[in-house]
Structure formats: C-alpha cells, structure tokens
Design a protein around this ligand. Sequence first.
Ligand SMILES: Nc1ncnc2c1ncn2[C@@H]1O[C@H](COP(=O)(O)OP(=O)(O)OP(=O)(O)O)[C@@H](O)[C@H]1O
Length: 768
Amino acid sequence: MVTKPNSFKTPPTSRGNSPSRGNTTIRSRSPSRSTNNNRGISPSKQKNSTNPKNGEKEPPSTRTGRSPNRNRTTPNAGTQRNVGKSPVRSRGTSPSSKSTASISTNGTMGSSEVNKRFRRPSESGSIERLDEDNNLRRIITSYNQDGDNINVVVRVRPLSKKEIKSVDNNVVQFPGNGQILITDVPGGSGGGLKTKLFSYNVVFEPAATQEDVLQYSGMKRLIEMAVEGFRCTCFCYGQTGSGKTHTLTGPPGLFGLKKTPYSDAHGLVFRSFMYLFQKLQEQPDKHFILKASYLEIYNEKVIDLLNPGSARKPLAVRWSKKARGFFVENLFTVDCEELDDLIAVLEEGLRNRSVGRHNMNEYSSRSHTILTVHITSEQPAENGVFISRTGKINFVDLAGSEMTKKTQSEGKTLEEANNINKSLMVLGYCISSLSDTKKKICHIPYRDSKLTKLLADSLAGNGVTLMIACISPAKSNLCETLNTLRYAARAKRIRTKPIVVMDPREALILSLKREVDVLQNENEHLRTALHVYSTSNLSSDDKNAGLDNLIGHSPPHVDLEELAKMEGHELVELVRIYVKENDILRKENVELYSSRDILQRDHELVCRENERLLKKLEELNPPPLSSGRQTLSADALNSIDDNSPTTNFWSNSDQKKSTDTNKEMPEFIQKRMDKRLGNRGKDMNMTPRGRPSSWDDKPNGPKIVRIKSSKSDDSSGSRNKEPTKQNSLQSELGESSQERRFSMAKAKEMDKDGVFGSAITLTDEEDL
Ligand SMILES: Nc1ncnc2c1ncn2[C@@H]1O[C@H](COP(=O)(O)OP(=O)(O)OP(=O)(O)O)[C@@H](O)[C@H]1O
C-alpha cells in the first residue's frame, strides 16, 4: 500500500526505479571508453586537443593522456572548438570573461521569486513506500518554509553492515514534516539524555533512493535555473562516511565496474546531467553551449582533475576585480556537446580524485571536489541580435570532517584530515557569520581557505544553493551528526541575492530598449505640452487637416533644447507651420505698405483741398478771422466729444460764428463737403477685418479721429514746428507699420471714388 503523498505529485511506485531518460537522445557509451588506457574521454574525442601550455594542437599520440583532451584550449590561446557564436572562456581566462556580465537587469529575479521557483509547493508532506519485506516505510518528509534562501535538505544513510554488526544503535527518528529528532543526546536534566529536534526543507530517510533525491531535493529546479542563467550550487556536507560521495556520484567504483550504463546506483550528478540534456532538448529555439571543469582542493592546493599532469601542479586561486569573485587560473574547460561528454568528464574527475582509506571509510575522499558545468544559451532576438545568458551549476563534494582519533589517521592521511578539518572549520565560520542575521555587517572569512574562496559566491553571492547534509544514524556518530545538523540549520538562515548572469550584449540591448521606451513616453508628453501635432500615425488627408488646424493658430513656441529632442517629421511639420505664418505676415506687410502710400496720397490731396477751400473762404468772407487758429493734437482730438457742438472740422476761436459761417458757405462747397462726408459714412461701415466701424458710437470704443489740416494762416506756421496728428500718423506708419493695422481696403475704395475724407479710422493692433 502506498499512502497518498501530500505535497509530492508523482511518488515513485517502486523502489529503485531507473533514472528516467525522458526524451533525451542519449548515445550509449562505447565500451572502449571505460577501458580507455589513455584515460581520456574517448579515442574519438582526441580531436582538437591543444597543449595546455602553448595552445598548439597536439597529435593524440603525444598526449600524456590523463585528462579528457577533447576541445581543450590553453589559457592564452583562447581557442576553442567553436560550438556556438559567443566567446567562451577557455582555460586560463578569468571568470570575468564569462561571468562579469552579471548585471542585474529587469529580468533579474528577486530572492522571493527564486524561493517560489526553487521550491515545491509550501506544504508539509511525506512519501511512503513498501519495502522488500512488504512493510510500509516512509522515505521522505518535507516542510517548506518561506523565506529560506539556501535550500537545505538532509539525507540519512542506512546503518552500515559494520554498524549493524556492532549494534551501533540508531539515534535518528523522523517525526515528519521535514523534522529530524536526535535521541540520546547527553546533557539532559539530572545528567540524563535528551532529544534534539531539527527542521529542514526535506528529509530523506534511509530508504530513499538516488532517484528520490533528484526528484525531491529541488535539484531539478536548480538545473532549470542554471539553464535560465543563474549560478547554482549543490553541495554535500557531512562527516566522513556519511554518504556524500554516494549521494553525488554513487557507490565507489561504479564507473569502473563495466556495469550497465544506467544504474540505480548512479548519483545526483549523473541524473542531473540527464535531466539537463532533457531540458535543453525541450528548447530547440535556443542554442546551448556546455562546458565543464573539474577540480579538487587537496591539502589546500587546487588540482585540475581534467588535466592534473604528472606533477599535479597546483593552480592559483585569484581574485577577479571585474567579476568581483575568486577564480582558478588556468583551469581546464571542456566543451560538452553530448551527454556522454559530460559523463566522461565526471568519470575522468573521479578517476583522478584523491581517495584514501581510513578506519571509517574504505573509499574516503581526501579532497573537496568542484565539478562545474557552464551553460551558455543563445537565443535569436530582434534585428539579428543574439541574447546570451550564462548560468552554471557546481556540484561540490566536500571531504568529510574527521575525528582523527576515530579514523586513526596517520602520516599522509592525518595531514589530509587536518587540512580537511581546517577548511571545513573556515566554511563553518563563514556559514555562522552569514547566518547571523543580527550582525548586519561583519567580516566573512572567505579568504581563510581555498574552499571558502571558491564557494563564496554560492554561499552569499548571487547564486542559488542547495545544501545536502548527509548524516549517519549510528549512535557512535552522534556528535558529528549534531554538528552537521547544526551547520545545516545555520545555512538555512543565509540569504543570497540570486541574479541571472547575462551577456553584456543582452544587458546593453535591454538597457537601450528601456531608454527608447522612456524617450518615447517623454516625447509624447512633450508633444502634448507643446501642442505639436504628431502626424506620424495619420493619413495624408488627416495630416493636411492637422496642418490647417495649426495654421489658424500661432505657431508653437519651442525652446532650442526641446527642438533638439524633436523627431524629424515633427521638425518638418513645425517648419511648414512657420513658413505658412511667414507668408501671411509678408502679405500683410505688403498691404500695410500700400495702405501707407494711399494714406499719404490721401493726406496730400486733403491738404490741397483744404487750402483751396480756405482760400475760397477767405475770398468770400474776409477777416476778421483769429490769427492763431487752433491746431489740435491727437490727444486733444480724441478727447473731443463727438456729440459736442464744438466738434467740427474747423477750429475757430469764434465757434458760433464759425458755425454760422458754415451755414453761409456757398452751396457748391456745402454739397461737396456733404458728399465727402456721406461717402465716408457709407464706406466706413465696416473695417476690413469685419469689425463694425461704429466704434466711435460706443462709449469705450476707439475714437474716430478727425484730422484737420494743420496749416496755419501763417505759411511759416506751426506745421513745420509742431508735428501734427497727420505727421505723427505718417511717422507712425513709416516707422512702425507692423505694429499698426489699417483699413487699407476701405482706403482704396475711398481712393477709387476720388473722395478722400479727412477721417481716418485708427485702430490699435490689439483691437484688431
Ligand atoms: N544512502 C546510502 N545507501 C546505501 N549506502 C550508502 C548510502 N550512503 C552511503 N552509503 C555507503 O556508505 C559508505 C560511505 O559513503 P561515502 O563514501 O559516500 O561517504 P562520504 O561521506 O563521502 O565519506 P568521505 O567524506 O570519507 O568521503 C559507502 O560505502 C557508501 O556506499
């Protein structure tokens, strides 16, 4: 019977199901590979090998042959077999060449988003399965807690034969919901024993299989994120003999035993590779480039497991300013086009790895190993540009902490143990410091060991991390088990800030796109603010309509700065508006000049007529006339009340007399004057701009100024000494004709009739 799991969707129906191959097309490995004396990936992959020192290609026969020699490149040559388009880091280049482009963009996922994606639904649950004896056994419990950043799972291995034999009691219990209860812990009340409860995201009980770990640890999601461009790390932590190597790569000798290529015993790395290729095949629109490297830290020295060399010359760990991270100088990277290539890398590394034996483990890892798969994806984007992202996944198999008394290490093994313990201690400090949420800023001792230098980014940088804490259930390992569980609990509190690692080109494109969007919005606002009619989206008719609408109005005011920001078609439109307005103004200017000429002529004629009439008057009506005939200024004239009886064309000291005199004017003169006045009254009904000319009838309207000749009786009179209204007008027309607008059309008409009245309608420009 299988109980229904709460949180896991598809529990395995039987124990030890084989790794799912999915849709991945996997070539079966050639048998010759596992027996390859050269220890390379395969004979067929000896092509393109290059000498790591000088970058020149080596013939296969001259290779020393310990490392997979496919696609190898030298640090300085920078040549790689071209699998893709983007430059790929070759051995010896700093990680900056690939990962400096860790630019946080809009596409960057925040921690909470990563948490959501990294975890399965946040529920508690368990999976139970029938064992060989038909007993129902629970294999996994889980409790996903919000806010965790490093996903921590615990795997408890079964008791070993040796432990069973020696009746080494089981001190680990599983209350469920991702909890582990440790019994028999010293320090209880009255010197007795107590229990300790720990809680994690997922707990794999001893019956859990290798496939269970892949399915439920979150490893699959980690791989998916690496494909998306995140830097991901899975590391196994725990005491010696707790099952780290077993979890990651399987039992010892798995690859060298000519077993079936796909075994139940295969560990997480092998299964992850298969899942990775499955994922890559699901995205045919993208072009992927895979590269792998494999190193070990042995006695604080970094050794390239893909090219250890006979002297196992250590590589330097350096700080990259550009990438703001540590990197291993001259580390080999191998192009991996197929799953087999990755598996070959794994095999090669395991072969070259330092393994020793001690009292607690026949095949004890004497070094920490880091197997890295770099995943570069290239996706075609707009305008023939490729968008590239580079994620990576690190598989870190730590050497186990050792109690040298228990392992009975001596000599070389003891030295190894000391180095292992020292680096693990630094790792412990780093985890403690990072998990201490009270201390906001504190020193993290990454530099104290090569291991922590290389794991710095995974622990607290921009990566996503899965920690698999491996423990033994035996009472004899109680102390180390408690230590491991404590570290695992601390690691759970560490916060990282995962980001997508992007190619600089992609970052540039994204930033330009953002800029264009911002500018487009800004221009739209400016256009609205400036009332500039955008014709970009209109038909030609609409454009004309838009232009006509604009021409009726004043052209928009545009600052130089704003002008610089305008687009071409807007500038053209603006120029058209100004040209049209300019034409209108020029025509008006010509009309104004011709009006001025007409008025000047009119004025002369009026003056002449006036003189003639005066002469006639003098002849008919000899003195006494006043000697100083009053000449009115424009102001004075304006102040004259039209209804006033004093309003007249004539200014005479004796007004009454003058009026009487008018009555006494000869009839022909009177007729002529009446005619002139009548014509004027008829013709001046409307101004050329359509305004009634009867402003003089309105109390607040502009006055009709009646201008009389300023000629005095004395020929040397005031005309030359004092500017008259007409002279003022002339100078006004000449000097500032553009500031005044006149009723030139009516003036022309008057001219046509041959009657030039002395009344001229003056209007201020603002009144037009
Ligand atoms: N889950 C498991 N199921 C069955 N056997 C296991 C399991 N975990 C570990 N073992 C066995 O226990 C032994 C020790 O495991 P392993 O070598 O993986 O430990 P380790 O933690 O890597 O030790 P070290 O740190 O010394 O390398 C191996 O023989 C391994 O096959």
